[in-house]
Design a binder for this molecule. Structure first.
Ligand SMILES: NC(=O)c1ccc[n+]([C@@H]2O[C@H](COP(=O)([O-])OP(=O)(O)OC[C@H]3O[C@@H](n4cnc5c(N)ncnc54)[C@H](OP(=O)(O)O)[C@@H]3O)[C@@H](O)[C@H]2O)c1
Length: 259
């Protein structure tokens, strides 16, 4: 079984690589930091898996081609995990359009392009595409407009893709975490006046738990996994009580950003 994982050098992607490795899978790992990826590969192998390191920028078409070719050389793509992504904290007037375009390249266009490249193999192997969305893919909170726009786009893409690929036996799983204990906040883009979001969120869920749930959801052929009670609650309120969600978000906009 071969699993391609983007953004595997840290955070959720690293936890996913270790979890699949522990199942004896071959994981094909992508991220820009070759050293960190090599370390993750070593950890995967110490748990009984096999790991290939393909370092590069997932917004680069040549890297995407190399990544899929490496998986094809292992026999094909059983699971493609589109996990690499970045946050962007900024109020609407502060959103920089060039930075937003770059965010869409990473959070939306790269997952689409990788899926297109892997599609014939996924069809042959009745594989699964995993899309790392977020609670921000169903609720757009203040200071999250740019990031939410990218995750709403990813959700739309995934919903239509799931419908189109069902007849070929290819599944599409959307994973929706809330805050997760990873370097995500430190790695995020920020508006000029955005001073918060520098420390880990005290409510954050361990990355290992998100990984464990993701593997289970793939095995069970689920369409969506909302990884915490917080996400499930936010999702229900957004769908069934939109005025209550609008009031909560308006109140949130009055408060300073978290530290
Ligand atoms: N952490 C959270 O609270 C949270 C909540 C909901 C959803 N998510 C989503 O979960 C996914 C993973 O987040 P995380 O928390 O694990 O974030 P993270 O700790 O910041 O890790 C992001 C990963 O993406 C890679 N990456 C970033 N830009 C890249 C690029 N241009 N090309 C290739 N790789 C790139 C990074 O590696 P390099 O820097 O080495 O390239 C790293 O491995 C993201 O899609 C995120 O939106 C996270």
């Amino acid at each position: 079984m071969s699993t391609v994982i983007t953004g595997a050098s840290m955070g959720i992607g690293r936890a996913l690589a270790l979890a699949w490795g522990a199942r004896g899978a071959t994981v094909v790992l992508s991220a820009r930091s070759a050293d960190k990826l090599t370390e993750v590969a070593r950890e995967v192998e110490s748990r009984g898996g096999r790991a290939l390191v393909i370092a590069g920028d997932v917004t680069d078409p040549a890297h995407r081609r190399a990544l899929v070719d490496a998986a094809l050389a292992q026999g094909g793509v059983d699971v493609l995990v589109n996990n690499a992504g970045r946050g962007y904290y900024a109020t609407v007037p502060e959103i920089d359009l060039a930075a937003l375009r770059a965010l869409f390249e990473l959070n939306v266009l790269a997952p689409l392009a990788l899926t297109q490249l892997a599609l014939s193999s996924l069809r042959e192997r009745k594989g699964t595409v995993v899309m790392l969305s977020s609670v921000a893919g169903v609720v757009a909170a203040p200071r999250y407009a740019a990031y939410s726009a990218s995750k709403f786009a990813l959700e739309g893409l995934s919903m239509a893709m799931r419908a189109e690929l069902a007849k070929d036996g290819v599944r599409v799983l959307v994973v929706r975490p809330g805050p997760v204990d990873t370097p995500f906040r430190q790695n995020a883009e920020r508006g000029k006046h955005e001073t918060g979001y520098t420390r880990p969120d005290p409510r954050a869920q361990p990355a290992e738990e998100v990984a464990r749930r993701t593997l289970l959801a793939v095995e069970r052929g689920r369409a969506v996994d909302e990884t915490s009670l917080f996400v499930r609650f936010a999702s229900v309120v957004a769908r069934h009580a939109p005025p209550a969600m609008r009031s909560a978000l308006a109140r949130m906009a009055q408060r300073p950003p978290p530290a």
